[in-house]
Write a protein that binds this ligand. Structure first.
Ligand code: HEM
Length: 510
């Protein structure tokens, strides 16, 4: 018996430890938000959250009110649904709510990248290239790459004035991905290819191949992040990761022409800190995904909504033509390409509003932080809750603001002028319970980790639509029939995708 006692004791302690890890003993303490653990140990509500994030969070909100804690895959996450509390979450110091911890896990799992100790500082040091003068340079490079891609086949395709047919998602994401990739990661050199034409042809073929591989990776991404890929998917993701690490290697990138300062500085910073080159390539893959995935799908939605709403398309077309005329430019056969400057892009309030409305309808990031210490959380209406160290706190602006009918009446409708005041300038006046809402849309996240590429991304979207409208007549093939359901599996991750592509046609206007 004396021999068995320690064994039984050890077994008992392991079972208790296991149950603790599964969250079985978690109880709501005084002052804490309502706790809902779900019925499955450890997993909790993971499946409901993953399968239909919107429905699940709305159900919890109806049951518990605008703050509640749910167990999801071993973690307790406190969701705050009150938009007036968002500021005190996204702007809280990192010693209380930290975003790096979760991002580290995500980039390691999805891209094989292991962060630097001072990753955040390095990220912030390079943000200057995505604004101010750096942004002007990148916007100009994007404009050239977009036009090259859009007009590449002109002169080689017969009957250019005939309608060309394509899937709109395919066309838009292909064009913006390839132009964005070439703008950030550079062009093939004339020296290595022998001539300008050959270098351009290489860029054309290479960026097309890369786009096809990127689409495959991007479609695996949601399940990869949630560690729900079956073996076949895992193997494919591994193959694709290796392909991108190779294409984006330090050596290959440094041999290119016109690599953006943003990319060069990131590489140099990591080089100076002694990071191995294979790890730098993995980081390049992180940047490729962050810069291209959302932009590519947002470009599709913007063009889709415009084509679906003829009054919106007409208003944006008129604005585009006015801006073109003011700079004495005209598109004509054999004439020069358009010089679409950043200044011109700042004179398009209608297009700005349509782009913001598109992001309101299609961006659904879940913004989640780790709670770093036991603390009290005060809501603006005076309620106070205790939060536990090690838990997470999250907001989901898609439900709390984007789709709130009080803040945005008829929230499921695309209203291209929703963000315009009656005198035609940008409007930021949105109210709930008679109080002005500061965070009335949050496609870029918030606080210090807010998307640093937001100005460039907005320019990319506007450039894409501007040039499409200037160069082409465009139409949906079945404009009346199509309503496009969204694919649920991207809710929480950024811009949603449609469940299927939709046909459109385009032909040169000149
Ligand atoms: C429509 C396009 C885009 C959308 C909707 C978008 C949205 C977002 C969101 C929601 C985040 C997370 C913010 C947070 O955690 O608070 C993020 C992070 C980031 N985005 Fe974007 N983004 C877009 C385009 C871009 C572009 C074009 C670039 C670069 C040129 C870029 C670079 C980044 C980077 C580097 C981060 C990580 C920031 C950090 O951890 O501090 N994004 N983006």
């Amino acid at each position: 018996m004396s021999l068995w006692l320690p064994v039984l004791l050890a077994l008992f302690i392991s079972v208790l430890g296991g149950l603790h890890l599964l969250g079985a003993f978690r109880r709501r303490r005084p002052k804490e938000p309502p706790l809902d653990k779900g019925h499955i140990p450890w997993l909790g509500h993971a499946l409901d959250f993953r399968n239909n994030t919107v429905e699940f969070l709305q159900k919890m909100q109806r049951k518990h009110g605008d703050i509640f804690t749910v167990q999801i895959g071993g973690y307790c996450i406190t969701f705050v649904m009150d938009p007036f509390s968002f500021g005190s979450i996204v702007n809280e110091t990192r010693s209380k709510f930290d975003v790096s911890h979760l991002k580290k896990q995500l980039v390691a799992r999805a891209f094989g990248y292991h962060c630097l100790e001072n990753e955040r500082k390095s990220l912030e040091a390079t943000n200057k290239h995505l604004m101010g003068d750096g942004l002007v340079i990148m916007t100009e490079a994007m404009m050239k790459n977009l036009q090259k891609l859009m007009l590449y086949s002109i002169g080689t395709v017969k009957n250019q004035k005939e309608w060309q047919y394509d899937g709109l998602f395919h066309y838009s994401s292909n064009t913006t991905f390839r132009a964005g990739y070439l703008t950030l990661f550079g062009n093939e050199t004339v020296k290595s290819m022998g001539s300008k034409e050959k270098a351009e042809e290489f860029d054309w073929v290479h960026s097309e191949e890369l786009f096809n591989e990127f689409r495959k990776y991007d479609s695996l991404f949601p399940n990869l992040v949630y560690a729900m890929l079956p073996l076949k998917g895992k193997l494919e993701a591994e193959r694709l990761k290796r392909l991108f690490w190779n294409v984006l290697s330090f050596k290959k990138t440094m041999q290119k022409d016109n690599v953006s300062r943003w990319i060069i500085d990131h590489l140099q910073l990591r080089q100076e800190q002694g990071m191995a080159e294979y790890m730098q390539a993995r980081f390049m893959f992180v940047l490729l995904w962050a810069s291209q995935s959302n932009t590519a799908s947002a470009s599709f939605w913007l063009l889709f909504f415009l084509m679906k709403h003829p009054e919106a398309l007409k208003a944006v077309k008129e604005e585009v033509e006015k801006v073109l005329k003011e700079t004495n430019q005209e598109v004509k056969p054999g004439g020069p390409l358009i010089n679409l400057t950043r200044d011109m892009l700042m004179k398009t309030p209608i297009l700005d509003s349509a782009a913001e409305e598109t992001l309101r309808l299609t961006s659904a990031p879940a913004l989640i932080r780790t709670i770093m210490q036991d603390m009290d959380f005060k809501m603006p209406d005076g309620r106070e809750y205790a939060l536990r160290k090690g838990d997470r706190i999250g907001i989901f602006p898609y439900i709390s603001v984007h789709m709130d009918p009080e803040i945005h009446p008829e929230p499921h409708q695309f209203k291209y002028d929703r963000f315009l005041s009656p005198d035609g300038i940008k409007s930021a006046n949105f109210y709930k319970n008679g109080k002005k809402v500061k965070y009335f849309t949050m496609p870029w996240g918030g606080g210090k980790s807010m998307c640093p590429g937001r100005f460039f991304a907005t320019n990319e979207l506007k450039q894409f639509v501007f040039l499409m409208l200037v160069y082409f007549d465009i139409e949906l093939v079945n404009a009346d029939k199509e309503i496009l359901p969204i694919n649920q599996n991207r809710l929480g991750l950024g811009i949603v995708h449609p469940t299927h592509d939709i046909q459109f046609r385009y032909k040169l206007r000149f």
